[in-house]
Design a protein around this ligand. Structure first.
Ligand code: C5P
Length: 404
């Protein structure tokens, strides 16, 4: 395994699940990877694992609710929160819920409210609990704040007789590798400005009705967060979505394609990389009524006119700027995406198929194929949207270097 930069720090929070027994070896693997470590054991964790085994593995005294109370004036949760990566192992449904709802009733949750660095959740719970809508809603909330998740995996977790299924916690080696990957972002986008568009547009017919699509904006927000983490100055032009503004990113909210066109072109003037993930509506109503149209008994027709193509407009004055598009196709994907890349003068297009399971609008994962204007293509495995964003930015940098 490669090792972390000198003096990188990992905070391990141990939750109350049987998998807490893997916490000492997780701490050891993290130290082998070059991290200095601290460890917090929640009250429930101490039912499964002794403070001594955690302290020994961490090379530091374990922090517990008792040490927090004893050290009260020193605000131990704030000191511990100053870390590069927080890894929550044996993360229970209870700890996920407390973090997602901002509770601070014990050391683990108070620290989670204060952390600034990367956060990696490693859940361990049985399948019924993990798939419950309450747990999944909490996971969605935490992901929207940029938190990462590892597992749970398929496999046996039968210590309490639950059998097999989703719920087995990841192994210590995988956890250390994932923590290392999270903090190993090279600041390779420092000094660059990146503009990313996200979400759908709304094309109003009258004050209350519009044409739109189900784009969630998650892919574009992931690109914005990843680029920001790698040092870029990021402007995110967002259509209407249900996601919080990513910290450290300049967010411009728009509704229509015409507004998005104006905002993207203005922001792109001094940008080196532009990523168009937005699902821009191709048409708008020829006439937008100022008053709500009354319902009539007969058929109605709406005349539509084409919207400006933002990516194509940028492609007309491309110079050295890297331009990246997304395309959703139901058939002949690679040929059609390559044609689009040529027509719009994009450096590459990430193609996905709405028909593929798990890659439709709104999911957390994406399976894309990189398509270049010359028709060459590279199919990527199914990845989280954040991982797709990371690879996309690696490719954007390669394009920039080859253009020099
Ligand atoms: O032509 P199509 O909509 O499939 O092309 C997809 C790519 O072009 C996406 O990157 C999308 O954001 C961009 N696009 C655009 N302006 C439009 C339509 C699409 O920038 N009016």
């Amino acid at each position: 395994m490669t090792t972390s930069n000198p003096s990188q720090h990992a905070l391990v929070i141990v939750g109350g699940s049987m998998a807490a027994v893997k916490a000492p070896s997780t701490l050891r693997r993290l130290r082998e990877a070059g991290f200095e470590t601290d460890v917090i054991a929640g009250r429930a964790a101490l039912e499964f694992i002794t403070p001594l085994s955690l302290s020994t593995a961490a090379g530091r005294q374990v922090a517990t609710d008792e040490t927090w109370f004893e050290a009260r004036p020193d605000a131990q949760h704030l000191t511990l929160a100053r870390t590069d990566v927080t890894v929550i192992v044996a993360a229970s449904a209870d700890l996920l819920a407390r973090a997602a709802h901002g509770l601070a009733s014990d050391l683990a949750s108070a620290t989670l409210l204060s952390v600034r660095g990367q956060v990696l959740w490693v859940p361990a719970m049985n399948e019924q609990m993990w798939t419950h809508p309450a747990v999944q809603a909490n996971v969605t909330t935490l992901k929207s704040w940029g938190h990462s998740f590892l597992g749970p995996a398929q496999g046996a977790f039968g210590t309490l007789g639950e059998g097999t299924g989703t719920g087995r916690m990841a192994e210590p080696e995988e956890i250390a590798a994932a923590a290392l990957a999270l903090v190993s972002h090279p600041p390779d986008l420092q000094g660059l400005k990146l503009v990313v568009s996200a979400g759908p547009t709304r094309e109003y017919l009258d004050p209350v009705r519009f044409i739109s699509n189900p784009s969630s904006g998650k892919m574009g927000y992931a690109v914005a967060m990843e680029a920001q983490a790698r040092g870029a100055a990021v402007t995110l032009i967002s259509g209407p979505v249900n996601l919080p503004d990513p910290p450290g990113v300049t967010v411009v909210k728009v509704e229509s394609a015409v507004q998005m066109h104006d905002a993207v072109l203005a922001a792109a003037a001094d940008a080196q990389i532009v990523v168009m993930t937005a699902a821009v509506a191709d048409y708008r109503a020829a006439e937008q009524k100022t008053e709500k149209e009354a319902k009539t008994a007969g058929e109605v027709s709406i005349q539509l006119v084409p919207n400006p193509d933002i990516l194509a407009a940028l492609g007309q004055h491309k110079s050295k700027r890297v331009l990246i598009g997304f395309a959703m196709e139901t058939h002949a994907g690679v040929e059609r995406a390559a044609l689009k890349a040529r027509r719009k003068n994009a450096d590459f297009i990430l193609l996905n198929y709405p028909t593929q399971q798990g890659t439709a609008f709104g999911g957390d994962d994406n399976q894309v194929t990189l398509v270049r204007p010359d028709g060459t293509a590279e199919a990527w495995p199914r990845l989280s949207k954040r991982e797709v964003a990371a690879r996309l930015l690696d490719e954007a940098l390669k394009v920039r270097q080859s253009a020099r």
